[in-house]
Write a protein that binds this ligand. Structure first.
Ligand code: FDP
Length: 314
């Protein structure tokens, strides 16, 4: 494998394309990741200047779409369908898998703008992407060949993995992504927790788990956006995020194909873990494109503890 810095050390002024080239990644995969990175520049622009009104359509899940969701979706879909390397693609905003080209080497599932309920209050949102080889998007997340997210916060950052560590890039004033952290690592346990979902709907296992975190001095740090919340774990190298099974909703809220699989891939690559409380996220076999699952994701030992509570108390 080509040059990757040791954890904690960073090589600067390396742009995304060069980084991928140095890792000797497949040319088509390099192309695909760079196309998504390029598309994100237009999404950033739309976020800065975009129309925040409702677009008058709703997605598969019956939620109102903000114009920005629609815009981001269009930007990504257009880029991907013209990339020449995509066999099929699936957006969180659409109800079907689109077959693009029989010559395409990769398939892509993406959430173009996750956390859209935070847009109108100017909190951080993000794009999440999951990549498989071939045209099958309905397979276990462990088969992903790459995953990435882009966080639109005070800064725009891109985090990717092709199975050779997790790397962070910052968008500079020329809108180029330059390397800021290479081979990001998550510690075995931490003192931060980000709890999604309504606490009075938690099952006994999750409630007891949260109490044990509080008793052990864990601090609550939760933004309400999956991308910034996961990025916090990733870049601080510590913490656990969960959106658990609820009393009235055993599947939780987050979507397997667009949210959980790519984040689980990235977190595992950084040395963390991701579980439903009973099973490794990356081992779940999706039955349909809108599958959801509960999730405990972050520091390995913290996820293990959550699993113990869920196993014992449900
Ligand atoms: P949003 O509905 O704003 O798009 O799955 C999307 C998501 O946000 C995640 O980003 C976030 O972690 C979660 O939902 C928040 O869910 P609640 O609305 O139930 O708090």
């Amino acid at each position: 494998m080509a040059a990757i810095a040791k954890p904690g050390s960073t090589r600067l002024q390396i742009d995304l394309r060069r980084h991928l080239r140095e890792l000797e990644e497949d040319r088509d995969l390099t192309r695909l990741i760079c196309e998504i990175a390029d598309a994100s520049k237009y999404i950033v622009n739309s976020i800065r200047t975009g129309d925040l009104g409702l677009a008058g359509t709703s997605n598969l899940y019956g939620e109102d779409q903000l114009a920005l969701d629609v815009l981001s979706d269009r930007i990504l879909r257009k880029r991907l369908s013209h990339s020449g390397v995509v066999a099929s693609m699936l957006s969180e905003e659409t109800a079907e898998i689109l077959q693009i080209s029989p010559d395409g080497k990769y398939s892509v599932a993406f959430d173009p703008l996750d956390g859209s309920s935070l847009v109108d209050v100017n909190l951080a949102v993000g794009t999440i992407v999951s990549i498989y080889e071939g045209s099958n998007l309905l397979q276990a997340g462990r088969n992903q060949v790459a995953a990435m997210y882009i966080l639109y916060g005070p800064r725009t950052t891109l985090v990717y993995s092709t199975g050779r560590g997790v790397h962070e890039f910052n968008m500079n004033h020329l809108m180029e992504y330059t390397l800021t952290a290479e081979n990001v690592q998550i510690q075995p346990s931490g003192k931060i927790y980000s709890p999604g979902g309504q606490r009075n709907l938690y099952t006994e296992g999750t409630e007891k788990y949260v109490r044990s975190l509080e008793e052990n001095g864990y601090k609550l740090r939760y933004s309400g956006g999956f991308v910034p919340d996961i990025n916090q774990v990733m870049m601080k190298g510590t913490g656990i995020f969960f959106y658990p099974h609820l009393r009235n909703n055993p599947q939780g809220k987050l979507r397997l194909l667009f949210e959980l699989n790519p984040m689980a891939y990235l977190i595992e690559q950084a040395g963390g873990a991701a579980s439903t409380g009973r099973k490794r996220i990356l081992d779940l076999n999706p039955q349909s494109i809108d599958d959801r699952a509960p999730v405990f994701i972050g520091c390995k030992d913290d996820v293990k503890k959550a699993e113990e509570f869920v196993r014992q108390f449900g």
